[in-house]
Every structure is written in structure tokens, then in C-alpha cells.
Design a protein around this ligand. Sequence first.
Ligand code: HEM
Length: 226
Amino acid sequence: MARSENGGRYRMSATPAIVMAEIFAVAAITLMLVSVLHFEGGISLKAANNSVRLFNAHFLFMLFGPIISTGQAIMAFKMVPGTKKARKIVHMLLNLLGIFLGALGLVAIFRFYKESGWTPNVPNVHSLHSWTGLGLIGLYVIQFFLGFTFFLFPGAKKNMRTDMKPWHVFLGLTIFILAIFTSGTGLIQRFRFLQLLRGREAFMLNFIGIDIVLFGISVVLSVILS
Ligand code: HEM
């Protein structure tokens, strides 16, 4: 097949994709906050007298962590001004935040199962959502330690870094896409648990899902554009 004069490269900068990603992120966060604060009674890491708040905390931590923070970490290389080292450190810190919030999200949902008694007949880790969710957190932790060892640890050899880089990018994008997929199945689970059919809250959850998918597409586009 004939290649263009540009050698088949996209003739566009990553900036519009990054701007779109930030718009979709803000829209998803706003709708999520309306969903948990206005419709479902708020957020807490203790069941106390309202276990739905733990369920809401799972939603909040997972959206801010494995989805938004990871997306920002991926885009950091194109967004953060300064030296390459500074960009690497921001990338590492945002990924650390993603893992930390992901861990809090797991604590919230496991406590919800343990303490709520809301869904006594539903066993732990039964759904496709929970399987891909646990898999993604596991892969995220492995990726973080490999990335730290090869790209930030001063002892790593330069040729090893060069060899590892494409695999680091591949696994990073795989984890991010898995997070987008998991959030979609999570939204379906939320629909089921809250027994939503139609109405304003159901409508909003669908829009959150669409926003998250568009955020994911924009982040991936920002990676392949220069
Ligand atoms: C993308 C990051 C996410 C991860 C890693 C994740 C992980 C998990 C895990 C491991 C469980 C199972 C807990 C158990 O079985 O004891 C779970 C449950 C649940 N999650 Fe998520 N989740 C994520 C995002 C979301 C989102 C965005 C929602 C939407 C509100 C959501 C809604 C739910 C619901 C309703 C449950 C209970 C039903 C079930 O076990 O499938 N999750 N999540």
C-alpha cells in the first residue's frame, strides 16, 4: 500500500485530544458527584448507619484513581512543562495516586459487602466486574514496580530501559483500557444494585459511562499523536 509523503504519520498535535480528555473528565466527575451526593446520600469509608455511602465511596475512588489519575499520568508526558525527569516524576506520582485510590476503592467495596447486609445472597467476587477489577489492580501494581525499577532507579542500564520502554507503554495502555472496561461493567452493576430502570439517575449513569469511554479514547489518541 502506498504511504503518504509524511510516512503515514498523523498530521495533528496531541493538544486537542488532551483538551477533549480534560473536558470529558470534568463532565464525568461532575455527574458522579451529583449521582452520589444528590441522589444516593453521600460518601463515607465507614458503614455506620448508611452503607450505601461505602458503595458510593467505591465509585468515587475508582473514578478518581484507576481512571482519571491513570489517564492524567499517561498524558503527563505531553502536558507537563520542564525536564524529562520532572515529567517522569509527575507520571510516577499520578500512577501512585491511581493505585492508592484504587486500593481505597477496594476497601470501600469489601467493607460494603461485609458490613451492609444489603445484599446477603450476593457472594464476593462473583461478577465479571470484580474479576477484571482485581486483575487490573494486580497488573497496575506490577507495572508500577517494573516502571520504577527500569525508569527511575538510577542503577538501571540504558539499553535495558530502551528495550523495556515499548512494553511499558503497551502494558500501561492495556491497564488503562481495562480500567475503562471495568468502569463500564461497574456502572451496569450499580444499575442492578440500585434497581434503576429509567429516570434522571439512570440517565446520568449512562452519560457517565459515555464520558468515561470518550475520556479513554481521547487519552489513547493523545498517546499516538505527537
Ligand atoms: C475501574 C476501577 C474499578 C475497580 C478496580 C473495581 C473493582 C471492584 C471489585 C474488585 C469489586 C468486587 C468486590 C467483591 O466482590 O467483594 C467491585 C464491586 C463493585 N463495583 Fe467496582 N471497580 C471499579 C470501578 C467501578 C465503578 C466506576 C463502578 C460504578 C459505580 C463500580 C461499581 C461496583 C459495584 C456496584 C460493585 C458490587 C457488585 C459486584 O461485585 O460486581 N465499580 N468493584
